[in-house]
Unconditional design. Structure first.
Ligand code: GLP
Length: 242
C-alpha cells in the first residue's frame, strides 16, 4: 500500500491526494464506488482529519470525486471529465488570455422570435426575445461579432444596462440568472460584407462561427448566440485525456 512520506517536503494532503488519484486512475477505486470515510483515511495513512479533508475536497473540486449528502464521497465517471470545458463569457475568455476587453453595441432590440430562434430557445415563434449585437474587441481591435438572442422575460433587465461597458453574463448573474451549462458548436466560415466592415478584415477572410445555446440551472435555454471570430486572431486550445 502506498504510504505518506513524513520526511518529504511535499505536503501530506497533496501526497494523500496523489495516492487517491492513483487509485482512481488505476481503477482500484471504480466509478460509483464510495471512498473510505475520513476517519479511516486518517488511520490508514496516519494523517490528521484536516489533511484528509483537504485531499478529498480538492479531488471533489477537480471532478474526480463527488459527494452525496448523508451517504459519502464517491468516485465520478471518468467520462464526465472528458470534453467538458469551462463555461466562460467573452470577458473571462479574453481576460484569461491577458487581453483588454471592450465592446461596441451595434443594436439592442426587443423582437419577435423567428422559427429558428424559437426552436433554439424552446419558445413559440412570435414570442418576445431581446436581440443584442456587439462587436467584441480585444486590446482595442475587433475579435468577434456577436449576436445574442435572449429570452425576454429572463433578460429584460439588460435593456437598462450599458453593454459596451458591462459583461452580459455578469449582469444576468446579478439579475439572478444561474448560468449553468451550454452546448457549443464550431464551424469554419468566410466573412461576409457586413461582418467584414465590423471585424476590420476583407470580405472572404476565414473566420470561426461559434454557436452557443446556454442553459440555466433548471436546464432551460435562455440564450442563443452566434459569434463570428476572426481566424487570424482567435485560437482554441482544448485539453484531451484518454
Ligand atoms: C461568449 C459567448 C456568448 C455570451 C458572451 C457573454 O462570447 N459565446 O454566448 O453571450 O460570451 O460575454 P460577456 O459576458 O463578456 O458579455
Amino acid at each position: 500500500m502506498a504510504r505518506i512520506d513524513v520526511n518529504s517536503p511535499v505536503p501530506k494532503y497533496y501526497q494523500l491526494k496523489e495516492i487517491l488519484r492513483d487509485m482512481i486512475e488505476t481503477k482500484k477505486l471504480g466509478a460509483g464506488q464510495v471512498i473510505p470515510p475520513e476517519r479511516e483515511l486518517c488511520e490508514r495513512y496516519g494523517v490528521s482529519r484536516m489533511t484528509a479533508r483537504q485531499a478529498v475536497i480538492e479531488l471533489v473540486n477537480e471532478g474526480l470525486l463527488y459527494r452525496v449528502q448523508g451517504r459519502g464521497t464517491f468516485v465520478a465517471e471518468a467520462k464526465l471529465r472528458q470534453g467538458t470545458g469551462r463555461l466562460t463569457s467573452f470577458t473571462q475568455d479574453m481576460q484569461e488570455r491577458g487581453m483588454q476587453v471592450s465592446s461596441v453595441v451595434l443594436g439592442i432590440e426587443v423582437e419577435e422570435a423567428g422559427p429558428v430562434v424559437a426552436r433554439m430557445l424552446r419558445i413559440d415563434p412570435g414570442d418576445r426575445i431581446i436581440r443584442v449585437r456587439r462587436v467584441r474587441n480585444a486590446d482595442g481591435k475587433p475579435m468577434a461579432l456577436e449576436t445574442s438572442h435572449l429570452l425576454y422575460e429572463v433578460a429584460k433587465g439588460i435593456l437598462e444596462v450599458d453593454l459596451s461597458e458591462h459583461s452580459l453574463y455578469e449582469q444576468l448573474g446579478r439579475m439572478g440568472v444561474r448560468i449553468a451549462s451550454a452546448e457549443q458548436s464550431y464551424e469554419a466560415v468566410l466573412v461576409n460584407d457586413f461582418e467584414s466592415g465590423h471585424l476590420g478584415v476583407p470580405a472572404g477572410s476565414p473566420a470561426m462561427l461559434i454557436e452557443r445555446i446556454t442553459f440555466d440551472s433548471e436546464e432551460r435555454p435562455f440564450e442563443y448566440v452566434k459569434s463570428v471570430y476572426r481566424a487570424d486572431r482567435y485560437r482554441i486550445t482544448t485539453r484531451l485525456e484518454s
